[in-house]
Design a protein around this ligand. Structure first.
Ligand SMILES: Cc1cc2nc3c(=O)[nH]c(=O)nc-3n(C[C@H](O)[C@H](O)[C@H](O)COP(=O)(O)OP(=O)(O)OC[C@H]3O[C@@H](n4cnc5c(N)ncnc54)[C@H](O)[C@@H]3O)c2cc1C
Length: 385
């Protein structure tokens, strides 16, 4: 055996898994097809919004646990990874989305405030509200620095003994009842288990995902404020807003100038992650331009910077987390469907638990690969023999 376990794909989930596996003294190999901290898949773009009071109530426990883990990684590495500026969810309190945020807050006892009317206007003049709308402020929200987090976690894993192979795509994995054989373009490795965290490439190594997994392009767009002072982080926390059918999210002017706003409804299918085109056509940004014009009048509506990223989506919008086969040697952590960064440390911990104990204290039954009837990878090989 070359190691107890290999983590394939050292992006968001893989970096969190390898950091926590190495921290337990497990011998671990990490494979990444590009450099560590690259911008070709799901985590680029310099910021991710972090909020615990999620409209997807089921993910709140993972995010709450992740808050502590991000702080732990900060302590381990001496890097500031998550700021503490809070997070805003904006909309009509009678919609399911806003009601769910309140359910998360009540169920998990989260510090929050609700602003409406003149108070909302004077506190957050950047967000003129439609009649009846409110702003929910989530105290523990903030801004995550994704590239810094991935690099810090991988470096920490390395210092704890993990062996990192960057610019090394894994081209095939073969599982049997004793372990897994991993093929790269020029080497073969034998390990006890693998954790597959290949993000938008998840169905390449695990083709049985094909029917339930798709890859989509999401755009990030940056805008120039009339008054940059109004959009600095202390005054303009990360936000998500659904108003009159328009769903936007954004982060403050982290460089003191550019404000990031994305329109959630704009996503195009990517046929093959290997041939992802990062060029963005002019017509693809007209939608977010209209959304900004409508909801953020203090920004110049023409985006000045545009970046395209990929994300792996599942057919029910929930990630796939668990062992693919009965002998538990292939563990999938993928399909985060646009929601993954905030919960990634908890997902790394779950991967670590599944590797070491074949079990976890987190409630993950609803995320199991078996919900899609995914066939037993090992069983296919055995059955065809
Ligand atoms: C534009 C955008 C905005 C988002 N905003 C937010 C947000 O504000 N808050 C939030 O919580 N989430 C957000 N998300 C979601 C979050 O970023 C993703 O869910 C998360 O990054 C997915 O992580 P992952 O590990 O599945 O994929 P990735 O982070 O892409 O990691 C996969 C890694 O595997 C590598 N790899 C693939 N195949 C192989 C192979 N065969 N061999 C070796 N390596 C391989 C890839 O190169 C990559 O490094 C956003 C996503 C996007 C795209």
């Amino acid at each position: 055996m070359d190691a107890d376990v290999a983590v394939i794909g050292l992006g968001t989930m893989g970096s969190m898994a390898i950091w926590q596996l190495a921290g337990q003294g497990v011998s671990v190999l990490g494979f990444e097809q590009y450099g560590i901290g690259h911008d070709r898949s799901a985590y680029g773009g310099e910021s991710r919004r972090f909020r615990i009071a999620s409209p997807l109530v089921g993910e709140t426990p993972f995010i709450k646990a992740s808050y502590r883990k991000f702080r732990e990684l900060e302590q381990d590495t001496g890097k500031q990874l998550l700021s503490d500026s809070g997070a805003l969810t904006i909309g009509d309190p009678n919609t399911g989305r806003m009601k769910n945020v309140m359910i998360s807050i009540e169920k998990y006892d989260l510090d929050h405030k609700i602003f409406e009317g003149n108070e909302a206007m004077s506190r957050y003049p950047q967000h003129p509200l439609l009649p009846g709308e409110v702003i929910i402020w989530d105290d523990l929200g903030g801004i995550l620095r994704p590239e810094q987090i991935v690099i810090s976690a991988v470096n920490r894993a390395k210092s704890l003994g993990a062996k990192i192979h960057s610019y090394t795509p894994v081209v095939d994995i073969q599982a049997d009842s004793n372990g897994v054989t991993i093929h790269t373009n020029d080497s073969t490795y034998r390990v006890g288990k693998v954790v597959v965290t290949t993000g938008p490439w998840a169905n390449k190594l695990v083709p049985s995902l094909n029917n339930v997994f798709s890859v989509h392009r999401l755009l990030m767009t940056w805008f120039m404020p009339e008054d940059p002072e109004l959009f600095k982080e202390s005054k303009f926390p990360n936000f998500s807003r659904l108003s009159d059918g328009v769903h936007i999210q954004g982060t403050p002017a982290l460089d003191g100038r550019m404000v990031r706003v994305s329109d959630n409804s704009i996503k195009a299918e990517v046929k093959d992650a290997n041939f992802f085109d990062k060029n963005v056509a002019v017509e693809d940004i007209l939608g977010v331009r209209e959304s900004v014009k409508k909801l953020l009048p203090n920004l110049n509506p023409d985006p000045m910077r545009i970046s395209a990223f990929m994300e792996g989506f599942t057919s029910d919008g929930l990630p796939i987390v668990g062992s693919l086969q009965e002998n538990k040697n292939i563990i999938l952590v993928c399909g985060f469907s646009g929601q993954g960064f905030s919960q990634s440390p908890a997902m790394g911990e779950i991967a670590k638990d599944l590797v070491i104990y074949n079990n976890t204290d987190y409630q993950i039954d609803h995320l199991s690969p078996y919900r899609f009837g995914l066939v037993n990878y090992d069983y296919i090989q055995t059955a065809s023999e």
